[in-house]
Design a protein around this ligand. Structure first.
Ligand code: ZN
Length: 60
């Protein structure tokens, strides 16, 4: 699975595999795993079905 990286004048950005958006490749937008950015981005991670279900409780 190829990671999509692009370099802007602000620095390196990484494409989220889930939402397809580019975000700065740092700890503010991606969780770090073994020193590398983990997919998906934090915004998508918060919306993962398992997480959503946990937050919403039993109601679908
Ligand atoms: Zn994303």
């Amino acid at each position: 699975m190829a990671q999509r990286i692009r370099v802007t004048e602000l620095g390196q950005e990484r494409q989220c595999t889930k939402c397809g958006d580019y975000w700065p490749d740092d700890a503010e937008f991606y969780y770090r795993k073994n020193g590398r950015s983990a997919q998906p981005c934090k915004a998508c991670y918060a919306q993962l079905p398992s997480r959503k279900a946990r937050k919403a409780g039993a109601t679908a």
